[in-house]
Design a protein around this ligand. Structure first.
Ligand code: HEM
Length: 499
């Protein structure tokens, strides 16, 4: 071997060796940092940009279960070009919900408005400061009975109408329940003269494309859905103008808030309509399917709907005997439900259990300044997703979590992990500052709807061998899963007097 050239020996040799060492240290340091010593561990992936998206889409429950086993409750995933941090421990999720200093939601909430075609200028900061809290108050527990009164009256009409038109026929369950529930909710929110049926197709189109919009897919992929939504807004705009012309005084609270804000903020009817359309979507997208799943899960139980029917019949008998002067009808059904809250524990539990199993909710936050979470370093502008479904499916918190147990939430049940109570064991409505504002209303709404159906109808499985419809995972992380497929039922009129 030739001797080293002169310049690489002596002083130059030392300099060269030092440079090599420095580069080596830099490479090791860079790798060290990018592999994330204090950053949450990242699940490796093979397909650039898509990352783990395909694997998640195939079977999200198994994917998250395995990832948590491998990496713990805080980890990073790359999906469709996004690098986000996922958190799956109830304690850490709770700490994120509580810490509004480090985790922000306000900016994300405003960005969401664009999806609903609400113009940015409609909600300047001073507007946000007034409108959002007022919206929150309208849906607070003390205001809910008034909204439920509107709802139950409407639901009574649409449920009895659906029973009359489908009675004795075999139909897919969704065809029976969804249109009736949609009309009742829309009219409860906006008023009895709101032409809800004119918005149903537009809502369905928009809702079907919602996952694409949230995923920031290219606009051409959901152009038709946007046009359908613009039509929904047009219907609402005409309705707003109509309300103002007729000065209808029996306008339900949420629509009243929008009309008042319109005047105070100088909105035109179009802006008011786009804001109302946002409420329309929020109130329907999850509620419709939540009602559907309660019936599906119960129908597939060994005793079917019988335990719920028995409980509702007992409560009704007790109410009618103590209200001998009243008959149960569209006007009094709400009063019956309000008086019977304690008499319907199984119904309440079945609704909660159904929400636990059918929801996939991932409240999202943006980190505004560096913060430690579960022993890892989170940096400014990190996006954090709270995987509430992993808590719902944790067998330690919810024994035999994959199964529907109608009495899981009845009084006296405990939800613990590592021997400690888990206060946020069930989060179908998310949590913290972004928690669903409609949760109090929708719990009353779902119970009233099921009680109405089981009071006036018999619902039976039409086919002998039935399997539960699969979840359509396309709305993973954003609420109640819709079904893939359906079950057929036979609807009958119940024969008894309700007075
Ligand atoms: C079973 C039915 C429902 C479910 C499962 C549900 C679930 C949710 C979820 C998961 C969120 C986001 C929570 C978060 O990010 O932390 C949300 C937000 C919201 N929901 Fe619901 N929801 C339901 C029904 C309703 C109804 C009936 C209304 C209105 C009457 C409503 C109004 C809202 C509003 C206004 C928001 C936005 C809150 C905000 O941004 O601060 N929801 N809902």
């Amino acid at each position: 071997m030739d001797a080293l050239p002169e310049p690489l020996t002596g002083y130059y040799g030392l300099l060269f060796a030092f440079l090599l060492l420095a580069i080596g240290v830099l490479v090791v340091y860079t790798n060290y940092r990018s592999s994330g010593l204090h950053r949450p561990p990242r699940l490796p992936y093979w397909i650039p940009w898509l990352g783990s998206a395909i694997e998640i889409g195939k079977d999200p429950d198994t994917f998250f279960e395995r990832t948590i086993q491998k990496l713990g409750p805080v980890f990073r995933l790359k999906t469709v070009g996004r690098d986000m941090i996922y958190v799956a421990s109830p304690t850490l999720i709770q700490s994120i919900f509580r810490d509004t200093k480090h985790y922000d939601f306000a900016e994300i909430r405003l960005q969401m408005n664009a999806i609903f075609l609400i113009p940015k200028y409609a909600l300047p900061p001073d507007m946000v400061a007034h409108y959002f809290p007022a919206h929150h108050r309208v849906l607070a527990p003390n205001s809910v009975p008034d909204m439920l009164k509107h709802y139950t009256r409407q639901a009574h009409h649409f449920v009895t109408e659906a029973i009359a038109s489908h009675s004795g026929r075999k139909i897919p369950l969704a065809d029976f329940i969804v249109p009736a529930a949609y009309n009742a909710t829309a009219k409860a929110l906006f008023g009895h003269s709101f032409p809800a049926d004119k918005t149903f197709d537009g809502f369905k189109r928009f809702d079907a494309a919602f996952p694409l919009m949230v995923a920031d897919a290219p606009g051409f992929m959901f152009a038709k859905a946007r046009r359908a939504w613009a039509n929904v807004i047009d219907v609402l705009e005409s309705y707003v103008e109509e309300l103002e012309r007729t000065e209808d005084i029996d306008v339900p609270p949420l629509a009243r808030l929008t009309l008042d804000t319109k005047q105070q903020a100088g909105w035109d009817a179009g802006i008011a309509a786009s804001v109302m359309a946002g409420d329309l979507w929020a109130s329907q997208a999850n509620g419709l399917w939540a009602a559907y799943w309660v019936l599906v899960f119960m129908l597939l139980e060994p005793h079917g709907l019988a335990p719920l029917v028995a409980e509702i019949d007992r409560a009704r008998a007790s109410w009618t005997s103590s209200h001998a002067d009243k008959s149960l009808d569209a006007e009094t059904f709400h009063e019956f439900m309000m008086d019977s809250v304690k008499a319907l524990p199984l119904l309440t539990s079945a609704v909660q259990e159904s929400l636990r199993i059918s929801s996939s909710v991932m409240p999202i936050r943006r980190v505004v300044e560096p913060v430690e979470l579960g022993g890892y370093q989170l940096q400014k502008d990190d996006t954090v997703l709270c995987v509430t479904r992993s808590v719902h499916l944790d067998d330690e918190i919810h024994p035999d979590a994959a199964s529907f147990r109608m009495d899981r939430y009845c009084e006296g049940q405990k939800f613990t992990k590592d021997g400690k109570p888990v206060p946020n064991h069930s989060m179908p409505f998310g949590g913290g500052v972004s928690i669903c504002e409609g949760r109090h209303f929708v719990m009353g709404e779902l119970k009233a709807l099921i009680a109405l159906i089981l009071t006036y109808a018999t619902v039976e499985l039409a086919d002998e061998s039935v399997v539960r419809p699969q979840f359509d995972w396309s709305r993973l992380g954003s609420g109640i899963m819709q079904p893939r497929g359906d079950i057929n039922v036979v609807i009958g009129k119940r024969k008894f007097t309700t007075s």
